[in-house]
Design a protein around this ligand. Structure first.
Ligand code: PEP
Ligand code: MN
Length: 341
């Protein structure tokens, strides 16, 4: 449910309604839209007499919400959310590129990647220090050493850092180093982790589960939002279909569909969506054309030697060419993409 206050309602009226809702056992979330205050009601509405709320001073009407995700929905907030990460806006006019290797393998590899992606206009450096791998025998990341290398790369280049947190236990450590916490596809349903990142005030990039619907993705986002963390970025990274030529299938529909359903920014990861470096440039262009707010792309100084996801990683040169094309597409759809250098 959502309470729409009258435009002339005072701050005192809003406070009174909030307290009344809380006394009924509900949590509240106040926001503003075109000068009108909205009070989102969270919790079990069973047995609550809406008329009591409707009769309060300053209330225009109480409206039920048609979607099970509430804070994430466009009904709750019609203006797009712009997330400011240390001065870099995600969800604004500029399309933001986040790029770097799948895994942090060492200092030299990461610093070379950082210099290269910065040169081509990326604003964020990606790289996993904790890696979810299908096989327990594969390289699973350098852990804190990897995070320290990421921090050094930030220091040297000014790039911001996005890196994955895989469990609640890792959260305090990863939060010390990351500018955005990445929740991987396999953890989209890890509700304990989502609840806990919701209690931080760190920006979160939430990847769509590889077999999840958009509604499930938005309900996972709701776990974070409902804990008071409003800085959630959604990421389409491909879903499993019957197609085997590609690693996953990029659900390009997800981009405009999420724009309809939610105010949260949407980023696309064409690297994991395709699994093939030869397809990343075209799918990046398509993502921007479809309305993506950002790209998350794997780039490695020598993809053939990568310890993870080499087949989908771009060389610095290929990334530079991708960015050039992506910039033209961004301009064509009334947006911009970070300048190189
Ligand atoms: C990654 O970004 O390297 C990664 C593991 O992604 P996903 O969770 O989408 O598989
Ligand atoms: Mn990867």
């Amino acid at each position: 449910m959502i309470i729409l206050m009258k435009p002339q309602a005072s701050a005192k009226d809003v406070e009174f309604v909030v307290n009344r809702a809380r006394s009924l056992g509900l949590k509240t979330h106040v926001s503003e839209q075109a000068g009108q205050k909205l009070i989102g009601l969270l919790g079990d509405m069973h047995g609550i007499n809406v008329k009591i709320l409707e009769a309060l001073r300053g209330v225009e009407r109480v409206q039920s919400m048609s979607r099970p995700f509430r804070l994430a929905s466009r009904e709750f907030k019609s203006d797009p959310t712009v997330i400011n990460v240390k001065g870099c806006e995600i969800g604004g006019r500029e399309v933001v590129a986040m790029a770097g290797p799948c895994s942090v393998e060492g200092r030299d590899q990461l610093l070379r990647s950082a210099e290269a992606v910065k040169e081509s206009g990326a604003k964020f450096l990606r790289g996993g220090a904790f890696k979810p791998r299908s096989s327990p025998y594969s390289f699973r990341g350098l852990a804190e050493e990897g995070l320290q290398i990421l921090a050094e790369a930030r220091e040297r280049t000014g790039l911001l850092i996005i890196t994955e947190v895989m469990s609640s236990e890792q959260l305090p450590l990863v939060s010390q180093y990351a500018d955005i916490l990445q929740i991987g596809t396999r953890n989209m349903h890890n509700f304990t982790l989502l609840h806990e990142v919701g209690q931080t005030r760190m920006p979160v990039l939430l990847k769509r589960g590889m077999m999840s619907t958009l509604q499930e993705l938005l309900l996972s986002a709701e776990y974070v939002l409902s804990q008071g963390n409003s800085d959630v970025i959604l990421c389409e990274r491909g879903i499993r279909t019957f197609e085997t030529y590609t690693r996953n299938t990029l659900d390009i529909n997800a981009v405009p569909a999420l724009r309809e359903l939610t105010h949260l920014p949407v980023v696309v990861d064409p690297s994991h969506a395709t699994g093939k470096s030869s397809l990343v440039k075209a799918t990046s262009a398509a993502s921007i054309a479809a309305g993506a707010d950002g790209l998350l792309i794997e780039v490695h100084p020598d993809p053939d030697l990568a310890w993870s996801d080499g087949a989908q990683s771009l060389t610095p040169q290929a990334f530079s060419e991708l960015m050039e094309q992506a910039r033209s597409v961004a301009t064509a759809v009334g947006r911009s993409l970070g300048d190189s250098g």
